[in-house]
Design a protein around this ligand. Structure first.
Ligand code: SAM
Length: 306
């Protein structure tokens, strides 16, 4: 009898607020129509997060020969670096955490979770261990959220999962293989604008931007992913950045919430005047209140016609 080996496809190794896993087909429908025929594309994702779109695009389009990814979160970037270069180090750390955590009862697990959370928040911990703790916390904390307090300390409580997978070795190796099938630039964690330094001079640059959402109504100092705010000032700067990318012949696609101003005018249609707009329905799963896990419209802004 032959044993069939399950083939794991590359996909995000963390659950991430605003992750695009449920929107991939809809976003794909909004790519340039000739995307399949292009050659030597550089795919750039300056707010990569869990990378749902990155993993999808690299698997689906063999025309992508080079990718540039960036995020402001240093531990997330460290995970990408380890997965792309030395996955065995990450796997080793994760196995230790998994064995300890899954080998004890619920009460002890909760204590262990808070002990690891304190360790993660402490100074001087080795970046590889921090990266593993980051994945551990993501898989065991409440709802897989990432939230920091005003001092930048991760403060999401314990998640009570019965059988959390902490070390998904097959997935990490699938991600490793995919990330190594192209030339990959992982920028040092920092502001999205820095990807401007990594544009290809000779080939098409396709830039997908998925910044922190603007709240559905009204402006705010929105802080979910890091201690740096992403409010209306940052949304306006981002629009200017998209203009600069357009001037450098990049094809740009950006998604955000379909946020309204007080007079019910669409905030992004006004800000991105002259660009093309589409709406897609997006299920929202990361919400503490199950009643509020419904579908919302998101806006997709492009500098090209489909
Ligand atoms: C909506 S999420 C992206 C989600 C991603 N598309 C996915 O599928 O998981 C926005 C990301 O932007 C990052 N971020 C926030 N401010 C940033 C900045 N100024 N520069 C770069 N990244 C930033 C956050 O850490 C977060 O990962």
């Amino acid at each position: 009898m032959s044993i069939k080996k399950r083939i794991i496809t590359a996909r995000p190794f963390v659950k991430w607020a605003g992750g695009k896993g449920n929107l991939l087909q809809k976003l794909e429908a909004l790519l340039p129509t000739n995307f399949d025929d292009l050659q030597n594309v550089t795919y750039i994702e300056p707010f990569v997060g869990g990378g749902a779109m990155l993993f999808h695009m690299l698997q689906r389009y063999k025309s992508i020969r080079r990718a540039v990814i960036n995020d402001i979160n240093p531990d997330l970037i460290r995970c990408y670096q380890l997965i792309a270069r030395t996955p065995e180090i990450l796997i080793e750390h994760l196995k230790v955490l998994e064995n300890k955590y899954c080998g004890v009862d619920n009460l002890a697990r909760k204590e262990l979770f808070y002990a690891y959370r304190d360790q993660y928040n402490s100074e001087g911990i080795h970046p590889d261990k921090r990266a593993a703790l980051f994945i551990f916390l993501n898989h065991t904390c409440f709802n897989g959220l990432y939230r920091v307090n005003t001092s930048g300390k991760f403060n999401v409580p314990y998640g009570r999962y019965k059988r959390p997978v902490i070390c998904n070795e097959e997935l990490i190796m699938a991600d490793y293989r995919l990330l190594n099938s192209i030339e990959l630039v992982i920028r040092q964690p920092g502001d999205y604008k820095l990807v401007g330094r990594n544009l290809s001079r000779n080939h098409l640059n396709f830039v997908y931007l998925d910044p922190p959402y603007r709240p559905l109504s009204g402006s705010s100092n929105f802080k979910t992913y890091s201690n740096s705010p992403f409010g209306d000032e940052q949304q306006k700067e981002l629009k200017l950045f998209c203009d600069r990318l357009s001037m450098r012949n990049c094809q740009v696609m950006l998604s955000n919430s379909d946020s309204k101003e007080q007079n019910d005018v669409c905030y992004f249609e006004k800000l991105y005047e002259g660009y093309n707009f589409s709406r897609v329905l997006a299920p929202r799963f990361i919400n503490a209140n199950p009643e509020k896990r419904n579908e919302l419209e998101e806006i997709v802004i492009r500098n090209y016609n489909c």
